[in-house]
Design a protein around this ligand. Structure first.
Ligand code: HEC
Length: 116
């Protein structure tokens, strides 16, 4: 009887991590890894509810593009809609720390006489 009970408890424990396998583990990333700034905690908390922050930080977008991304997350992926001051904080954070990286992406030749 005892061993049967122990057996099922063990099975439960072993089944736990197996279910989460392949899913994003919050332990992989820490909010402290992100550049410090207003809105960091909110942004990290909101976005990592579904996916790793790498998916976010590997992008570089304008504030307007981040704005549409938030809409897209809500409409397509069921993210709770974020409005008002919270949305502004998150957009400010994203736009400041993950801006478009066009020059790096375009790479190659840069006209030294082009106006800065
Ligand atoms: C309710 C779940 C959910 C939340 C919350 C969420 N996302 Fe997403 N997001 C997704 C899903 C699902 C995908 C698609 C994943 C994939 O392509 O593997 C995705 C993909 C992305 C992508 C990648 C798009 C591409 O080109 O591959 C970006 C950028 C992104 N999310 C930004 C954000 C930001 C910024 C936040 C926080 C403000 C956020 N997401 C919050 C569900 C969510």
């Amino acid at each position: 009887m005892h061993s049967l009970l122990l057996g099922s408890v063990l099975a439960l424990i072993l089944a736990g991590p197996a279910v989460a396998q392949g899913a994003f583990s919050p332990r992989d990333e820490q909010v402290e890894d992100l550049p410090a700034g207003a809105g960091r905690d909110e942004t990290f908390g909101l976005c990592t509810a579904c996916h790793g922050f790498k998916l976010v930080s590997s992008q570089g977008m304008s504030r307007q593009q981040w704005d549409s991304t938030l809409d897209w997350m809500t409409e397509r992926h069921g993210m709770p809609a974020v409005e008002g001051a919270d949305r502004n904080r998150i957009l400010d954070y994203l736009a400041e720390h993950y801006p478009p990286r066009a020059p790096a992406r375009a790479g190659g030749f840069k006209n030294p006489f082009a106006p800065q």
